[in-house]
Design a protein around this ligand. Structure first.
Ligand SMILES: [Zn+2]
Length: 81
């Protein structure tokens, strides 16, 4: 209670979100597409704090999307640097 329901809740939306994040990671800052409403003014904020997990906040002013997505980096175990 209190927490907004997840809006990125289908595989299709998760894939769309990933595509936007990958584009963002490669330097794209304009034209990122919202996975929820397809508006192309999605904003992404990097909240990564831990070494093996990347956190991104997806914010869309059009549909009100404001959701964190965690992306675990490659499954290769690297407990030792
Ligand atoms: Zn949207």
């Amino acid at each position: 209670m209190g927490a907004a329901p997840k809006r990125i809740n289908t595989p299709e939306m998760a894939t769309a979100a990933m595509l936007s994040i990958r584009a963002w990671q490669s330097g794209v800052r304009n034209g990122l597409v919202c996975p929820s409403c397809q508006d192309d003014r999605l904003q992404i904020v990097d909240k990564s704090a831990r070494p093996h997990t990347a956190w991104f906040i997806l914010i869309c002013g059009s549909c009100g999307l404001d959701e964190a997505l965690a992306i675990t980096s490659s499954a290769h175990s690297s407990d030792h640097d």
